[in-house]
Design a protein around this ligand. Structure first.
Ligand code: CU
Length: 438
């Protein structure tokens, strides 16, 4: 790398790459500056940079974007460099970073570097630490990265609207020593939420809590990439929450160690084990595990309404209701009326009902054994023997070893209605028997 002594701003703006796809891009290995093991961003990418002397220069462009949230639905959001969330920024502890932010939104913006230790005037709070960046203008942020860890970026200017529109991104600072906190695979994703009416493309920006699309990186299951690991890998997952509520992220098949928060790394002797990790609002958590158990392990938010796609909440509960009579009557008027909900709603996952254009079914996704009946914040941690380092391609369904899958009992089964403790009236014959015996 040639050292360049010229003042930074005489070189002109660095290129601002744009991503057109919503599929996970391969990790971006550093070709300049100190070495590190790059992260992979689910359904996302890392922003390339240029060296200018000893400064790493990045260029973010805040702009309206079209984001495919899953196959069959695209939203009109605001984001950075073609996507929402924006590209992940990666650099190294001690690096000097210079980040150009061009505003192509129809209104002013700023960027706040959530969690970074920096000069106050680089903190990106419009009005408080800098003027808002007007539409059409470019501002420059520059500081030296004080510590490694996991950070986020988002606007601090008309923040409620701009975050409801999808403006946010991840910022990973790697340790100076590449052996420190080293893992084989390092996944990052942001929790975000939108309220988009079925058939619409633009989020309702005034929604406070009742969102209908619960996303990872502005994607919905089955559109969320699987997290793929080779058996034996040390794996880290970093999750940031920029929604309006907490999300208990639960991963099957493993217990894992909580190794990081926004505040920094958790000292080895202070780490604790979990199988679910609650990600508070405006916070980040990192956890690690050794991928020793092969399989297709579900990973999802444990708030069950967050693993659904757009749904109405004002639907009556019909569990246990006998709808035979009403069905007969309604069918006289609407011949293809389907009674639903009397035995639960799982049947909905297998039905293909007409939906408005640009709308996803509430429950979706198919596995090798049938419908998965999920949407929203759900994906699969796929652990396989013999994957090459750096291979993140979907290995397909897990081939379960013989004798290790739940199976049907084919002997006699009890009549559910007569199970002990059932509230059904006792059948007359046994009632009589009881009297004879006493
Ligand atoms: Cu959730």
């Amino acid at each position: 790398m040639t050292a360049i002594a010229a003042p930074a701003l005489s070189r002109g703006l660095p290129e601002a790459p744009v991503m057109t796809e919503a599929t996970m891009q391969p990790p971006l290995h550093p070709t300049s500056g100190p070495d590190y093991n790059p992260v992979v961003t689910l359904n996302g990418w890392t922003l390339p940079w240029r060296m200018n002397g000893d400064w790493k220069e990045f260029h973010l462009v805040a702009e309206p974007v079209e984001r495919e949230m899953a196959e069959g639905m695209t939203a009109n959001l605001w984001g950075y460099n073609g996507q929402s969330p924006g590209p992940t920024i990666e650099a190294v502890e001690g690096d000097k970073v210079r980040i150009f932010v061009t505003n192509k939104l129809p209104e002013k913006t700023t960027i706040h570097w959530h969690g970074q230790i920096l000069p106050c005037g680089m903190d990106g709070v419009g009005g408080l630490t800098q003027p808002h960046i007007p539409s059409g203008k470019t501002y420059v942020y520059e500081w030296q990265l004080a510590k490694s860890g996991t950070f986020m970026y988002h606007p601090h200017s008309d923040e409620m609207v701009q975050m409801a529109m999808g403006m946010m991104g991840f910022f990973v600072v790697h340790p100076r020593d590449p052996q420190q906190h080293r893992v084989d695979r390092d996944f990052v994703f942001l929790l975000n939420a939108f309220d988009i009416d079925p058939g619409a493309r633009v989020p309702r920006i005034m929604t406070m809590t009742d969102f209908n699309l619960w996303c990872w990186n502005s994607r919905l299951f089955p559109g969320i990439d699987p997290l793929v690991a080779a058996k034996g890998d040390r794996v880290r997952v970093r999750v940031g929450n920029l929604t309006m509520t907490n999300h208990p992220i639960h991963m099957h098949g493993y217990d894992f160690a909580v190794t990081g928060t926004d505040g920094g790394w958790v000292a080895p002797e202070a780490r604790w084990s979990e199988v679910s990790i609650d990600i508070p609002v405006g916070a980040m958590r990192a956890y690690e595990f050794d991928a020793v158990h092969e399989g297709d392990w579900a990973i999802h938010c444990h708030k069950s309404h967050h693993t659904m796609n757009a749904m109405g909440h004002d639907v009556k509960t019909f569990i246990g209701a006998d709808k035979r009579l009403t069905t007969e009557q309604i069918r006289k008027l609407v011949p293809d009326y389907m009674p639903m909900g009397a035995t639960g709603m799982g049947e909905m996952a297998e039905m293909s009902m007409p939906l408005p254009d640009n709308t996803l079914p509430m429950m979706a996704g198919w596995g090798q054994f049938g419908p998965i009946e999920m949407g929203g914040m759900f994906s699969v941690m796929k652990v396989r023997e013999g994957l090459a380092a750096g291979d993140y391609s979907d290995p397909g369904d897990f081939d379960h070893p013989p004798g290790t899958v739940a199976y049907e009992w084919t002997g006699d089964t009890p009549d559910a209605a007569q199970a002990p403790g059932a509230s059904e009236p006792t059948p007359k014959s046994s009632h009589d028997d009881h009297h004879k015996r006493s």
